[in-house]
Ligand binder design. Structure first.
Ligand code: APR
Ligand code: ZN
Length: 233
């Protein structure tokens, strides 16, 4: 594909699986043995903040033990070389895309390494443990910083930008997502509606597979570098 075109890439937990970050659904998934309602909702945070803060503290600490895999690096390579428009939208809250070189990247479900102060509203880079109730670096209030993560029932970030990119793209590629969570699960239909070609790269058929013109099944670490080679020709 040599002609310049606009690309939107959507990624989910599957792209980080080979790095050792657990996915949510399926065997050994993060939600196995963990009820979503207990850790990933505003109600859970109100009910048992220690449990929720500890859950995200552990996931944040785990980022220090994992590395980007060939799929993240391939998207970084695409980002550096692609002359057309590109937007990588990730549902992931890890930082492996950044460490793989992606720049034109947006975290629609927030980031583990970001805190959101409910006292002053500021979002700020965060390392360490929220369960220790650190003060906000902006307003100094203690005990008001929550994970900057979009929980169930909350609005994903940057939807206007994402919708604009979806309606203007020529190619939409979905990588490593089960298609179980909206609005991301609906992006393929939006892109198609506006005339984009659609491609899915996933380990096994997702809930949204039928909406894609083409689905390739396999590991992201194999499929994504091969696809990027194809695109960059
Ligand atoms: N390569 C490619 N795909 C893989 C791999 C792999 N190595 N391993 C797993 N997958 C696929 C699975 O087959 C599954 O379809 O990745 C998908 C992961 O699905 P989920 O665990 O549901 O993750 P995701 O789609 O990102 O979840 C969406 O749900 O819990 C919320 O907010 C959370 O952002 C998350 C959202
Ligand atoms: Zn503050």
């Amino acid at each position: 594909m040599s002609e310049i075109c606009n690309i939107v890439v959507l990624t989910g937990a599957g792209i980080s699986a080979e790095s050792g970050v657990p996915t949510f659904r399926g065997p050994d998934g993060l939600w196995e043995g963990q009820r979503v309602e207990d850790v990933a909702t505003p109600e859970a945070f109100a009910r048992d903040p220690d449990l929720v803060l500890d859950f995200y503290d552990q996931r944040r600490a785990n980022l220090g033990k994992v590395e980007p895999n060939p799929a993240h690096h391939a998207l970084g390579r695409l980002d550096a070389a692609w002359q057309g428009e590109l937007l990588i939208v990730t549902q992931n809250v890890d930082d492996l895309h950044e460490r793989g070189g992606a720049k034109r990247l947006l975290h629609m479900h927030g980031e583990l390494k970001s805190g959101w102060c409910l006292a002053c509203g500021a979002r700020h880079p965060f390392e360490g443990k929220m369960a220790q109730r650190p003060p906000c670096p902006v307003c100094s209030a203690s005990g008001h910083v929550r994970p900057d993560i979009v929980w169930f029932g909350e609005m994903p970030y940057r939807m206007e930008e994402i919708d604009a990119a979806l309606s203007a793209c020529d190619l939409f590629v979905s990588i490593g997502t089960s298609g179980a969570v909206y609005p991301a699960a609906g992006f393929v239909q939006t892109a198609r509606h506006y005339g984009a070609r659609t491609l899915e790269l996933n380990l096994d058929p997702s809930e949204g597979s039928i909406f894609f013109e083409e689905s390739r099944m396999g590991r992201a670490g194999d499929l994504v570098p091969a696809w990027v080679d194809e695109v960059l020709g």
